[in-house]
Design a protein around this ligand. Structure first.
Ligand code: ADP
Ligand code: MG
Ligand code: MG
Length: 248
């Protein structure tokens, strides 16, 4: 059974149709990469998948773990195991990274998280991901660099253990070392029971992650699917050439 199935998915934002009949199938254990030109609808897809209220599904279905979830709210999707990192751009003095992660875990799992046990598990996860343990005591986003915010994203993923993690340009603005920590971390969190959907146009990410499938999204549809060779093609020829070859 597929973990995520998109059937002719159409979506609008402010009455403008952005996704125009998108089909995608993701099984457990798979890593999928979506690439596409600016404005193709990649971030719209990520927002629609997690249930952002600003985006309206105007056709088709999202089937997650065997269930149609078109009308579920963001928190309900998170409880079912979908993950898009919560970006808290504002600084929250007084709330540590650890407090934030514990609250997020309680909200998503519906289970009380006991301080000592949670702390122990968090320390182990941070070690595994090569994140300095003092990071957990920092106040959320206060003075965080771009790289530190992204590490928070990966830690959230490690703590919440989602079935499907959607990472939308997690690489943007990261230097090479931070990219390595973040994406090696993502690769470590992957197992046979979860899946990753990675939206990127930075091909360095692919030094750390091994996608099973690469999809090209243009003008609200997936126009081509294949393997890593598509990344090389785009690198060499660009999107316009692919569009012409596909007769679009
Ligand atoms: P990508 O991530 O592939 O660069 P987006 O999904 O961000 O593309 O955008 C696709 C199109 O949808 C663009 O034309 C963009 O202007 C429009 N769009 C996306 N989100 C909004 C929004 N919240 N309000 C208005 N237009 C939007
Ligand atoms: Mg985008
Ligand atoms: Mg329907």
């Amino acid at each position: 059974m597929s973990l995520l199935e998109l059937k002719e998915l159409k979506a609008k934002v402010e009455d403008k149709e952005i996704l125009k009949g998108l089909n995608l199938n993701i099984n457990k254990g798979e890593v999928h990469v979506i690439m596409g030109p600016n404005g193709a609808g990649k971030s719209t897809l990520a927002s629609v998948l997690v249930g952002h209220p600003k985006y309206e599904i105007s056709g088709g279905d999202i089937i997650f773990d065997g269930e149609e979830i078109n009308d579920l709210a963001v928190d309900e999707r998170a409880q079912k195991g979908m993950f898009l990192s919560f970006q808290y751009p504002e600084e929250i003095p007084g709330l540590t990274v650890e407090d934030f992660l514990r609250a997020a875990k309680e909200a998503v799992s519906g289970e009380k998280q006991y301080f000592m046990q949670f702390h122990q598990e968090l320390v182990e996860k941070m070690e595994r991901l090569h994140i300095d343990p003092t990071y957990a005591d920092r106040h959320l986003n206060v003075g965080f660099s771009g790289g530190e915010k992204k590490k928070n994203e990966i830690l959230q993923m490690a703590v919440l253990e989602p079935k499907l993690a959607i990472l939308d340009e997690t690489d943007s603005g990261l230097d090479r070392d931070a990219t390595k920590i973040v994406f090696e971390g993502v690769q470590k969190l992957k197992n046979d029971n979860n899946a990753l959907l990675i939206i990127t146009h930075y091909n360095k990410v692919l030094d750390y992650l091994k996608p099973d499938f690469v999809h090209i999204l243009m003008d609200g549809r997936i126009v081509k699917s294949g393997g890593i060779e598509l990344v090389e093609y785009i690198e060499k020829n660009g999107y316009q050439k692919m569009k012409e070859e596909l007769g679009l």
